[in-house]
Design a protein around this ligand. Structure first.
Ligand SMILES: Cc1cc2nc3c(=O)[nH]c(=O)nc-3n(C[C@H](O)[C@H](O)[C@H](O)COP(=O)(O)OP(=O)(O)OC[C@H]3O[C@@H](n4cnc5c(N)ncnc54)[C@H](O)[C@@H]3O)c2cc1C
Length: 453
């Protein structure tokens, strides 16, 4: 086993850097040795570092990256057995040509299976299919004692569910078996609608819950008043073979992961994205969308992972990085969405990526984020005033009975997390059982005092 390097790491938002001993482990024995050598700052697992805040870092302690990334696909049943360190990107490259698609994908394919489960990620189909936890067959994980256990809905179901959404604080996911969904083609049939204000946009999404498997809206965060919340909603379904033009029917499952060009490193040191650029971009983005377009065929990457087209785009936010704030508020609290957008617009930040979605039912994971509601994501570059904006947004989330997404969080308070996650004590009891000596620790866990109790 390598001894690890002392490194400063951050999450995708590039805020809250911390120094840790970063170790790549190749085997269970190496992982066990790393656990045995951990001091009182403990150990945390890290995937591809796509959580935005401090979830996958451990200041003064050890951070583990799993090297194994093997994937076995049962092409007859669509059950995949993947290493915790395998990426969704490599999973898709293996399964799409065989006619299987991940049941849930976040907005980037550059996440690991372990990281996706630890955050219980949701996709554009949450209202229909739930989060990734709904589709797991079982998990093989190493717990704090170094023992390897297999957990599922029968075998230690408490640990199974505490790990789904447990942000790495119950153990390291070594492998997962996951049920994929069948597809006939690698294309998506998309319906696009442009709405000139929030109420219209939300009404469309509400009335189309049953009609489309995938639904998501981009919301313009640069305009207020009667145009507040104007945006573009895209609905999608996997295209069937008969929807393809005849020339493409001979290779309907053709799929290549597109090459990604990175934003150069020096961009992270220069002046961040300006507000004027963000406003111009939002205006253009809104105008270029059709009022309504149906049956457009697009590729899987362009529908599911549009941001992956540019690598390391987080550098565009400059030296101080950015916060991506995501909350969910109950379905009957659409006013909270309006209030948060009003608050963002008032500050006039250089804000571009705002996403609105409807969640369906949650699952049994006590720390799983999704629950029936509206989930709103806003990106806000770090400025001196940001703290006031976030405090106000958090007050709105709390007043309307909402909660924050831990995988995006960098700034919430322990109090707001306790008010949003009413089953936290249940999760803590499982964690105390499997990790009485507090081996698993992270900056997020300490900042939010998640493990106390
Ligand atoms: C552009 C972009 C779009 C996104 N869109 C969405 C979205 O649509 N929906 C959504 O839900 N999320 C979304 N996310 C968030 C992302 O899916 C999650 O943060 C995910 O956890 C990142 O996976 P990762 O492999 O990078 O893990 P990391 O960020 O490295 O780690 C995340 C958490 O997982 C834990 N972890 C990592 N590996 C393991 C393991 N093997 N065993 C146990 N715990 C482990 C870490 O300790 C940490 O707590 C998006 C992120 C980006 C950058």
């Amino acid at each position: 086993m390598n001894e690890g390097n002392s490194q400063v790491i951050t999450g995708w938002g590039r805020t809250s850097p911390s120094r840790t001993r970063l170790i790549g482990v190749q085997s269970e024995d190496e992982l066990r040795r790393a656990l045995a050598r951990a001091d009182d700052r403990g150990v945390i697992g890290r995937g591809l570092g796509r959580s935005y805040g401090d979830a996958a870092q451990n200041s003064g302690g050890t951070t583990i990256v799993l090297s194994s990334s093997d994937i076995y696909v049962d092409v007859a049943t669509g059950v995949v057995d993947a290493a915790g360190g395998a990426s969704i990107d490599s999973l898709l490259q293996q399964t799409i040509p065989e006619g299987w698609f991940v049941p849930v994908t976040p907005g980037t394919r550059f996440v690991t299976v372990g990281g996706a489960i630890a955050a219980d990620v949701h996709g554009k189909n949450h209202h229909r299919d739930g989060s990734i936890g709904h589709h797991l067959v079982d998990l093989t994980m190493m717990v704090a004692s170094g023992e390897v256990v297999v957990v599922d809905r029968e075998r230690d179901s408490e640990l199974f569910w505490a790990t789904i959404g447990g942000m790495g604080l119950t153990g390291i996911i070594l492998r997962a078996r996951l049920r994929m969904i069948p597809i006939e083609t690698s294309s998506v049939s998309v319906r696009t609608e442009r709405h000139s204000h929030l109420e219209d946009l939300m009404a469309s999404m509400e009335s189309n819950d049953e009609s489309y498997r995938y639904a998501v809206a981009w919301v313009d965060g640069s305009v207020g008043g009667s145009r507040l919340g104007r945006g573009i909603v895209t609905y999608g379904e996997h295209a069937t073979i008969d929807m393809l033009p005849s020339l493409r029917r001979s290779a309907p499952l053709d799929y290549r992961s597109p090459r990604v060009v990175n934003v150069p490193e020096f961009m992270s040191r220069v002046r961040p994205l300006r507000r004027s650029t963000a406003v111009a971009f939002s205006e253009l983005w809104f105008r270029k969308a059709p009022k309504q377009r149906v049956d457009e065929l697009v590729s899987i990457p362009s529908y599911f992972h549009p941001l992956d087209g540019v690598g390391k785009w987080n550098r565009l936010y400059g030296p101080r990085g950015f916060i991506q704030h995501q909350c969910v508020v109950p379905l009957d609290a659409p006013h909270a969405v309006r209030a948060i957008l009003e608050r963002v617009v008032r500050d006039r930040p250089a804000n571009v990526v705002n996403v609105l979605k409807r969640f369906g039912s949650g699952n049994a994971g006590p720390l799983s984020f999704p629950r029936p509601g509206w989930t709103l994501t806003v990106d806000i570059p770090v400025t001196d005033d940001l703290v006031h904006t976030l405090r106000d947004i958090d007050t709105i989330v709390g007043e309307w009975g909402g909660r924050h997404y831990l995988a995006k969080d960098a700034t919430a308070t322990s109090r707001s997390i306790r008010s949003g996650y009413e089953r936290l004590a249940e999760w803590q009891a499982v964690r105390n059982r499997v990790d009485p000596h507090r081996v698993w620790q992270s900056d997020l866990g300490r900042r939010l005092d998640l493990c106390a109790g």
